[in-house]
Design a protein around this ligand. Structure first.
Ligand SMILES: CC(C)(COP(=O)(O)OP(=O)(O)OC[C@H]1O[C@@H](n2cnc3c(N)ncnc32)[C@H](O)[C@@H]1OP(=O)(O)O)[C@@H](O)C(=O)NCCC(=O)NCCS
Length: 208
């Protein structure tokens, strides 16, 4: 059955002010929804905008890769790769700030963003990815479903945005080893082509 694409995932080669504002909306929505993503509730627009302006500077200096998902209402999801790591880790990147607006969740966008960021890491020559997630949370379930390897948990690592401690689980993914997402590809849509020009749509899907 053919489905109509609901979103497109792009790499942003530069982050302009409208994108900063739209990304701030997504971040504020996630924190309001109780996601532990570095910020406490209430997250003011000023703090959210300041965060994305720092990200924009990192994108401008090639220290970060920023992917965004956009649907008919605008930016609905995002994820980043941090490339600026010590010189003895040129093969590695950190995956951070995986955020899907509440209006776009549970339709496979999180899985699409993860596949997109893994493809982008390969394009950047990175073969080892690391991330962390709230233990037992929505993100952790997503990463485990996609075949990320669980390293271990750190209790009381951070605070939830409305208060109270939460544990963090660390994961890695060795991109040289097969593709664990292969098994779920039929459920979460086609794999991205790594050969594309910056700023062009990488993937769109709703069948997920
Ligand atoms: C974690 C997060 C990114 C997941 O995004 P998402 O777009 O909802 O992810 P997916 O849709 O790929 O998968 C989420 C769930 O929907 C299910 N799903 C996917 N497509 C579906 C569909 N078409 N119909 C019904 N369910 C579907 C998945 O099986 C999964 O189920 P599970 O949580 O019970 O395992 C999102 O919840 C989020 O942004 N949370 C707040 C920020 C955060 O915690 N980020 C992670 C930081 S580590």
């Amino acid at each position: 059955m053919t489905t109509t694409p609901a979103w497109a995932v792009h790499r942003l080669p530069a982050v302009d002010e409208p994108h900063v504002e739209a990304l701030a909306d997504v971040l504020i929505d996630c924190v309001e929804g109780g996601a532990s993503v570095s910020f406490m509730h209430p997250l003011t627009r000023d703090r959210a905008v300041a965060f994305w302006r720092r990200v924009a500077r990192g994108v401008a200096t090639d220290e970060r890769v920023l992917l965004v998902a956009e649907d008919e209402q605008g930016v609905c999801g995002t994820v980043q790769l941090i490339l600026d790591l010590p010189e003895n880790q040129p093969h590695r990147a950190d995956v951070v700030k995986m955020l899907v607006h509440r209006r776009a969740r549970r339709r496979g966008l999180g899985a699409s963003l993860m596949r997109a960021v893994e493809a982008e890491a390969r394009v950047c020559g990175r073969t080892l990815l690391v991330l962390d997630a709230v233990t037992g949370g929505d993100g952790a379930r997503l990463y485990e479903r996609l075949g990320w390897v669980r390293v271990g948990d750190v209790p009381r690592f951070a605070l939830m945005p409305h208060g109270g401690p939460c544990g963090t689980t660390f994961y890695y993914r060795d991109l040289r080893i097969g593709n664990p997402t292969h098994a779920v590809r039929s459920r979460i849509g086609p794999v991205l082509s790594p050969k594309r020009s910056a700023g062009t749509p990488m993937h769109s899907s709703i069948d997920t």
